[in-house]
Write a protein that binds this ligand. Structure first.
Ligand code: HH2
Length: 289
């Protein structure tokens, strides 16, 4: 059970959908779409209706090559919208790696921290421990500006697993409770398409750490290694395939742009995986073709 402010998420029951709200002018797939707090609220309300379980609100793009923005600029983009979104009956996660921004977002109503740098900043660790909020520890090699320059691993799955577990241990030593930690292999962050495929195929190896696993394959460019040069908004079916596989391999939270479609994909994958084998008597009642 994940306590997220006044909300309780039973992650073990079914996969949960995290809807992405990007308040950025330059995100790789939907930059500039949300222009003000009112349109952010409308987008969030739509996602809620479509079945989102969490909203992940970010104000700084982390696409490959993106340059960092200042704390002041990130707060200026984030806080007015976040205050409005906090009125909705859904937990809000803040997608930031800056402790000052995360602290302000928690004050404004966020109940969870999603840190793509895996809580590297000690001040972020201290904040997460003090505020007792759930935290997503994501794996990344390098920084967005340079992460896609020839990333190399030996065995990518065991390396990522090892580094995530080390980050989780560091967080726990700093006072973050184990049950607040969610791990994420960081699809597309310092990884080639093959690295991403392997991480999705072997996701069970991360899920068997016992920590809930979040994955974010939504519309990402690794899909074009198979599908060809499609623009991000045409990668929905490819995303659905990745989501289905991730759920089948134990992902508990799926971070996506297309809530309605991915909720259905996740729901079906989960239902097939957990189907109860009917008894003989129930079978006999089944209509035959
Ligand atoms: N991916 C993105 C941003 N934040 N957080 C987690 N935990 N996992 C992810 O895979 C992840 C993330 C990148 O996607 P998006 O927010 O759509 O793009 P941009 O960073 O360009 O705003």
């Amino acid at each position: 059970m994940l306590h997220c402010g006044p909300f309780r998420l039973k992650l073990s029951l079914r996969p949960h959908i995290m809807g992405i709200i990007n308040l950025t002018p330059d995100s790789f797939s939907d930059g500039g779409l949300i222009k003000n707090p009112v349109s952010a609220f409308q987008r969030a309300a739509t996602m809620l209706k479509q079945g989102a379980d969490i909203l992940d609100v970010g104000a700084e793009s982390t696409r490959p090559g993106a340059l960092p923005i200042s704390v002041a600029e990130e707060k200026r983009r984030l806080l007015p919208a976040l205050k409005r979104l906090a009125r909705l009956p859904i937990p809000i996660s803040v997608d930031t790696s800056k402790p000052e921004v995360a602290a302000a977002a928690l004050e404004a109503g966020a109940g969870m921290i999603n840190d793509i740098t895996g809580l590297k900043d000690p001040a972020m660790l201290r904040l997460a421990a003090r505020r007792r909020v759930p935290v997503v520890i994501m794996h990344m090699r390098g920084a967005p500006r340079s992460m896609q320059r020839a990333p190399r691993y030996g065995n990518v799955v065991s390396k990522v697993r090892h580094e995530l577990l080390a980050a989780a241990r560091r967080a726990q030593s700093a006072g973050v409770k184990r049950e607040k930690i969610i791990l994420d292999p960081g699809i597309g962050f310092g990884k080639t398409p093959v690295h991403n495929f392997l991480l999705l195929r072997e996701l069970r190896q991360l899920a068997n750490t016992g920590y809930p696993i979040l994955v974010g394959p939504s519309r990402k460019s690794f899909l074009t290694a198979i599908l060809g040069p499609l623009p991000p908004r045409e990668r929905i079916w490819g995303t659905a395939a990745a989501v289905t596989l991730a759920v089948a391999h134990g992902a508990r939270i799926i971070r996506v742009h297309d809530v309605s479609e991915m909720r259905m994909a996740a729901q079906v994958a989960h239902a097939i995986q957990h189907v109860k084998i009917p008894s003989r008597r129930e079978n006999a009642k089944c209509p035959r073709k």
